[in-house]
Each structure stands twice: as structure tokens, then as C-alpha cells.
Design a protein around this ligand. Structure first.
Ligand code: DLL
Length: 438
């Protein structure tokens, strides 16, 4: 069979720097085609449109999209495994799946053209983060059904980088490979990036002495304080990459290194909306709410108005004027802690913890209801150079007090010895909620 060579990534990528008007024109044309394709080829989508009394012909301008029904994760689960595919199985070249913690997996399929778009958007993202052809990229996102490893891999290759496909885990080896292979780029979750940083210090190596210049962190919420820690620790520029498997994987949006002001959404391929999570109403740019995405070019699995549960807001483009930015994600509506009537996110606690000189950045929040009231215990690890071998009760009280002052919730804070908390190899699990069982 004849092999078609993958096109080389074009660093001039005309759409990346297109004007807002050009982007809107592309979006309108692509959205129209996507609605028609989904209606014609995806039975559950057609049923939903019919039930809502809308037809793809009703779409004329981008504002008309608000009349089309939204999709939630459960729609994808119910279609398990291939019910939302718009192409025959023979046209599928890759399957990914995100298991989630409960229920059926969400399966995502890609055609050859989908894989091509994905690779070029990740290449575009790495470039926006400062990466260039000829550099070496150490990829510590998990490989496998998770989209992180293989998505980053294809993008780095497309850009013209040498790829080190390490995946997550075996942290000692990660350190050795970074020292020996001298990558300029690391792609990893922020929490596992921190674990690698610790491992350098544990082994007596200065993490600032490596060849690393660029860190591309994502797949989980992280705070500005975590960015400062990773940047200073590795002496790199750290930027935020966002994505979700339902839409494509990593590379839906990427922060530009020259501005570091939140990820630019690659709007030539994904149309974002922000909605009020309670009413579903579309909110104007600048208003916080839930992110909703529609794919504009996906062949295998076009997704219309997918509710991500990620909380953000849309901001005007800066380094890429045609594309809007999304504010750094404060958290997912699923991760919001509701404690005695107060709503908070783990990233807010992360911000405060990082202000403490003793804090190593690894923490876990345990919620329980031992009596009638909810209690929150924060276990946060101490930096080795601050650990005196005895409980640090004063420092813990001071930090708990600060959390009460800033976030309005009382908690117990426990400072743990270095290495006491389990490290995640990918996405960190920040909250353990035992309230239902206790
Ligand atoms: O996490 C894809 C990815 C891989 C993105 C590597 C970036 C880097 P899922 O496993 O489907 O896909 O999880 C998607 O992770 O809805 C967000 O809640 C969260 N998430 C992803 N990137 C970010 C980020 C991948 N930069 C879910 N900031 C999303 C905050 C993020 N949360």
C-alpha cells in the first residue's frame, strides 16, 4: 500500500496569526459543515437536534449555535464504544479512552486527518511555548489510552524535535535521562513536574543546571504559585497547555511564552462558549462560567457544544490576536469543595501553601464528617531543608489561620515530613472525600 508522508509542520501556520474577522469566517464555515456532518452521520446527535426542533440549516451565524442542544459526558458514555462516530470503522486510525473514576469509559476515535490536525496543533502549542525544531522534548505525560503522552509525542515530532517518550513514573530514571539526554523541553503534569524537581534535589543534583528551558504543563489545574515554583526550581519558562480527550486531547489551547497570560484557544479548530452552569445560558466574554466546546474540523467524532465542567472565562487574544484566551482554569465544577456552605477549589489552597517557606508543594485535602459538621484536614509536605524532625505545630496553626482569613473556612493543617505523601505519576488527586461514608 502506498504510504502518504505526513506534511511537515509549517511554522508560519497562516491561521495561527489570522485576524479575528478571518477566524470568525473560518469558524462559521466549519461549524456549518460540522453541524451538517454530525446530523447526517451520527444518529444520537440527529435525535437530539430533532427533539430540540433545530436543523443544521438553522445555523447562519455563530450566535445561532446557542439554539443547538449541548452534550455532557453521559452522552458519550451512553454511546460506548462507537455510537458517536461519523465515519466507518475502517476510516479510524486511533482510539483513545478516558476511564474516569466511575462508569463506562469515554471513547474517542481519530481519522488520519484528525491525527494530522492534532499533531499540528500540538506542534503549534509547543512553538507558542518557545519550542523550536531541533530541540529535544522529554515527554513525561502518561502514554497509552490517555491522550497526554501520544498527543504530546506526535506534536513534538511534527515540530521537528527529538522525542524522549519516557511516560510517567520511575522518577529516578526521569532525572537521569534529563541529565544525560539534555532535553530543552519537558512536557508533564505540574504535580509530577514537582516530584521530578524533588528527585533532582534528593539525588544531590541542582535542577537549575540542566539543559531544560521550557516546561509545558497541563492536564490538571495548577496555580500561579506552582508556576513560580517550577520556573525557579528548573530555571525554565513554564506555560499552560489545556485540552480534553473528548475534544481532541492536549492542544486545544496553549499559553504563549511571551505573554504568559492564559492559554489561547486554537479557535480555527475549536469553538468555545462560556455558559451559566445552572441555566445553560451563553454568557458574554469576560464572565466566568463553564467552558463548552464544539469541534470545527474533527471527522471521526464531531462534538457539538460539549460541557467540559471546567470553570474559566473567555478573554480577548493578545499574542495571537485572532484567538481568544481562556483564563487559567480555577477548577472543575466536580472538584469544587463545598464545606459548611463555602465553595473553594484546591488551587486556592495551593496558592496559600506555596506562600509558606516550609511548603514543598505536595498536599492532599481530606474531608470527613466525624460528628455532624464537615471537617477539612490539609496534609502538606515540608521541604527537606525546613524539616527539623519534630511536628511544626506553630507553622501549621499560622497557615490554617491564613486559610480561614482568606477563604473563610476553618481547617486543620498537618505538616508532613518530606516524602510522606504519595506522589501521583500523572494527574494529582487532591481531594479525598470521606464524608459520604462517615
Ligand atoms: O488531560 C488532556 C491533556 C493532556 C491536556 C496533557 C494537557 C496536557 P483528559 O484526561 O480528558 O485530557 O482530562 C481533561 O483535564 O477537562 C480539565 O479538567 C483538566 N485539564 C486539562 N488541561 C488542563 C489545564 C487531558 N491546563 C480535563 N489546566 C479537562 C487545568 C486542565 N485543567
Amino acid at each position: 500500500m502506498q504510504q502518504t508522508a505526513m506534511p511537515a509542520y509549517d511554522p508560519r501556520d497562516p491561521k495561527e496569526f489570522a485576524s479575528r474577522d478571518e477566524i470568525i469566517a473560518v469558524q462559521t464555515a466549519r461549524l456549518k459543515a460540522t453541524l451538517h456532518r454530525a446530523y447526517a452521520h451520527v444518529a444520537p446527535t440527529r435525535v437530539k437536534f430533532d427533539q430540540a426542533g433545530v436543523h443544521p440549516d438553522d445555523f447562519r451565524t455563530l450566535a445561532d449555535l446557542a439554539n443547538f442542544p449541548m452534550m455532557v459526558k453521559d452522552d458519550l458514555r451512553q454511546a460506548y464504544p462507537f455510537g458517536l462516530f461519523a465515519v466507518p470503522r475502517t476510516a479510524i486510525r486511533r482510539l483513545h479512552a478516558s476511564s474516569g473514576t466511575t462508569g463506562k469509559a469515554v471513547v474517542v476515535g481519530y481519522t488520519e486527518a484528525d491525527l494530522d490536525v492534532w499533531a499540528s496543533l500540538v506542534a503549534r502549542s509547543i512553538r507558542a511555548a518557545g519550542g523550536r525544531a531541533g530541540m529535544t522534548a522529554h515527554i513525561a505525560y502518561g502514554y497509552g489510552l490517555f491522550t497526554g503522552g501520544l498527543g504530546a509525542h506526535a506534536g513534538a515530532e511534527r515540530l521537528g524535535c527529538a522525542v524522549v517518550p519516557v511516560s510517567g513514573g520511575m522518577t529516578e530514571r526521569q532525572v537521569q535521562l534529563i541529565i544525560d539526554f539534555e532535553p530543552e523541553i519537558i512536557m508533564v503534569t505540574p504535580s509530577y513536574g514537582l516530584a521530578i524537581l524533588d528527585e533532582f534535589r534528593k539525588r544531590g543534583h541542582d535542577p537549575r543546571d540542566t539543559a531544560l528551558q521550557i516546561g509545558i504543563f497541563g492536564a490538571e489545574p495548577w496555580s500561579g504559585a506552582m508556576r513560580a515554583e517550577l520556573e525557579a526550581g528548573f530555571n525554565i519558562n513554564a506555560t499552560d497547555i489545556y485540552g480534553l480527550s473528548e475534544i481532541i486531547g492536549p492542544g486545544v489551547a496553549q499559553e504563549c511564552v511571551e505573554t504568559k497570560d492564559g492559554p489561547h484557544i486554537w479557535e480555527d479548530h475549536f469553538y468555545p462558549e462560556i455558559i451559566n452552569p445552572r441555566t445553560g445560558a451563553v454568557l458574554p466574554d469576560g464572565t466566568p462560567g463553564e467552558l463548552v466546546f464544539t469541534t470545527l474540523s474533527k471527522e471521526a467524532m464531531p462534538i457539538i457544544r460539549y460541557r467540559t465542567r471546567d470553570l474559566s472565562c473567555l478573554l480577548p487574544g493578545t499574542a495571537r490576536p485572532g484567538m481568544r484566551r481562556m483564563a487559567r482554569i480555577t477548577g472543575r465544577s466536580d472538584d469544587m469543595i463545598v464545606l459548611r456552605g463555602v465553595n473553594l477549589f484546591p488551587t486556592q489552597i495551593e496558592e496559600i501553601l506555596f506562600e509558606q517557606a516550609w511548603c514543598a508543594g505536595h498536599f492532599v485535602i481530606e474531608l470527613s464528617r466525624p460528628h455532624r459538621l464537615d471537617e477539612m484536614l490539609i496534609r502538606a509536605e515540608c521541604r527537606p531543608d525546613h524539616w527539623a524532625g519534630t511536628p511544626m505545630e506553630d507553622a501549621a496553626h499560622r497557615c490554617a489561620h491564613l486559610i480561614k482569613q482568606r477563604l473563610g473556612v476553618s481547617c486543620t493543617l498537618q505538616i508532613e515530613p518530606p516524602g510522606a505523601l504519595e506522589r501521583s505519576l500523572g494527574k494529582a488527586k487532591r481531594v479525598i472525600d470521606r464524608r459520604l461514608k462517615s
